[in-house]
Structure formats: structure tokens, C-alpha cells
Design a binder for this molecule. Structure first.
Ligand code: ATR
Length: 282
């Protein structure tokens, strides 16, 4: 707990933001490392019309680090002093570091996804792995960037084919309709779901019917609530290896923690609080 007025502030901005698990992860990490007497991480709902003022406020209030979530990840870029090359390529910023009054934007979503995948792969990691990415939105962009960087082979499958084609062209990968995945799934090692199927109102939906998921597949669903989505349940039932979306959430936060504090993150503590919360609130 903060004991003096000599505190460093970090926060997450989004709209809405009440559901964010970042304060839980970061503050637990501060406690674990015994730095919670001088660092605090909180959340601020920022309506789109107030985004520019909010970013000016980061400087005015000398806030050290800011996590950025929906719907601000793209729009925030124009208000920053510098954007790193990775975030420029992904065209989204989820992390702002205040370096002596200069606001620098970067992206740890891709790191989170790649770390989650690499931790589950035994030896040769992602190189030349045939990966089907389902969805062509913002999350898919960050993950495709990371997969290409790791020299994986990528094909994008999306309900709206035109969006998949544009993204595929940009990243030099191939694309197809989501409905074609069933006849092609056997050609892939890894299936990554980045669509909204499996969460919220679509909780009972999956982007691919169970019969097309095979034991040889590694199935990664970036949806983290519920921890076990319909897709992951189906994959487990056929003996496939599964990766939970909460691992991506965890590792994007781990990378941010390190950028905000300069310290090595207590990953196990962050994972424990995250999973406990998600289990209790499923
Ligand atoms: P995010 O930033 O989280 O990636 P997004 O940009 O809104 O979110 O992208 C959502 C993705 O989920 C899109 O690929 C979307 O497909 P369309 O491009 O066809 O809209 C996909 N998606 C959402 N609802 C879907 C549904 N009911 N069936 C199939 N795909 C769906």
C-alpha cells in the first residue's frame, strides 16, 4: 500500500475499462516485489472524445506507464511523441511509457501471444509451423505480426473474406473464408482463434466444429473469459493441446510490467491472481 506521497502511478485507459484485469495483475506484482509502497496501478475510463486531453494528462500528472485498451489502441497513436517500429507495423499501441516527459508507444499484445505459444511448444518453436489464424481484426494483426517474425507459415480465415485478403496482402500471407477452415484444418499444426466466437453472448459458439479439430493440433483461443472456451473444450476432448487466452493476457502484462518498472516480473504471482479471479468470476 502507498505510504507516502512519493508514488509512481501507472494505469490502464479504455472505454469501458471496469472489466480490466490489469490493475489486479500489476498491483499483485508490486506487492510480491515489495514495491507497492511507492507504485500504484489503477484504471481510468476515457471516452473517445476525451482521448487527446487524457494523453496530455499523462505528461501533466507525470504518470509513468499507461496500458491502452479498446477502443483507443489505434487512435491514441497520433497523440504520442514516438511510436516504435513494431507498433507502427501492427498499427496499434497498447503500451505507453513516459520517458522523461516523452510518450513512447509500443505493443506487447504480439509478445503476449508469441510467449504463450512458445511456452507450449517443445523444441523447434514456431519456425515453419503451419498456423491457421481465425479472424482478421486488431488482435489478429498483432498475432500475425508475431507469427511472421517467428517464421511461421500463416493463413488467415475470416467470415468477411475481404478483410482477410487485405490483411494477408499486407503481411505477405494467404487467406480464406472461415467456412473453408473445416476442409483445410487437417493441413495445419496450430489453430489460433482471434474472433469473438466463444465470449460474451457468443459464449456457446466456436469458430470450428469439433469434428474438424484433430489430436495433432495445438489450439490457442485468445478469448480469456471463460478460461475454457467451447473451442478449447472441444479440442481437449479430442486430445489436442490447448493454450488459454489468459496466457496471452498474462504475458502482455508481464512485458508491460517490465517496461514500466525496469524489473523482472513475478510471472507466477501474476498468473495465480489472474487465474484465481477468472475461476471465481466465470
Ligand atoms: P479485435 O480487435 O478483438 O480483433 P475486431 O477487430 O472487432 O476485434 O475483430 C473481430 C473479429 O471477430 C473479426 O475477424 C470478425 O469477423 P468479420 O471481419 O467477418 O466481422 C470476427 N467475428 C465477430 N463475430 C463473428 C461471428 N459471429 N462469426 C464469425 N466471425 C466473427
Amino acid at each position: 500500500m502507498i505510504k507516502t506521497a512519493d508514488a509512481t502511478i501507472c494505469l490502464i485507459i479504455g472505454d469501458p475499462v471496469f472489466h480490466s484485469l490489469s490493475p489486479l495483475m500489476h498491483n499483485s506484482a508490486y506487492r510480491e516485489l515489495g514495491i507497492d509502497d511507492r507504485l500504484v496501478y489503477t484504471a481510468a475510463r476515457v471516452e473517445p472524445a476525451n482521448l487527446e486531453d487524457a494523453i496530455k494528462g499523462i505528461k501533466a500528472l507525470n504518470i509513468k506507464g499507461v496500458s491502452v485498451t479498446v477502443p483507443h489502441k489505434e487512435k491514441v497513436m497520433k497523440y504520442l511523441d514516438e511510436i516504435d517500429e513494431t507498433a507502427k507495423t501492427i498499427k496499434a499501441v497498447n503500451t505507453i511509457v513516459n520517458k522523461n516527459g516523452r510518450l513512447i508507444g509500443s505493443n506487447t499484445d504480439w509478445t503476449g501471444a508469441i510467449e504463450a505459444l512458445n511456452n507450449s511448444l517443445s523444441t523447434d518453436k514456431l519456425r515453419n509451423k503451419k498456423t491457421a489464424v481465425l479472424g482478421a481484426g486488431g488482435a489478429a494483426r498483432a498475432i500475425i505480426y508475431g507469427l511472421k517474425r517467428e517464421n511461421a507459415y500463416v493463413k488467415i480465415f475470416n467470415r468477411t473474406i475481404e478483410k482477410a485478403e487485405v490483411l494477408a496482402e499486407e503481411f505477405g500471407v494467404t487467406s480464406g473464408k472461415l467456412s473453408d477452415l473445416k476442409k483445410e484444418s487437417k493441413n495445419f499444426d496450430i489453430i489460433v482463434n482471434t474472433t469473438s466466437l466463444g465470449m460474451g453472448k457468443l459464449k456457446n459458439s466456436s469458430p470450428i466444429a469439433k469434428e474438424y479439430v484433430q489430436r495433432k493440433h495445438i489450439v490457442f483461443d485468445i478469448v480469456y473469459n471463460p478460461i475454457k472456451t467451447r473451442l478449447l473444450k472441444d479440442a481437449e476432448s479430442v486430445g489436442a493441446q490447448v493454450i488459454h487466452g489468459s496466457e496471452m493476457l498474462l504475458y502482455q502484462g508481464v512485458a508491460q510490467f517490465q517496461m514500466f518498472t525496469g524489473l523482472k516480473a513475478p510471472v507466477d504471482t501474476m498468473r495465480d491472481v489472474l487465474y484465481s479471479y477468472l475461476r471465481e468470476n466465470e
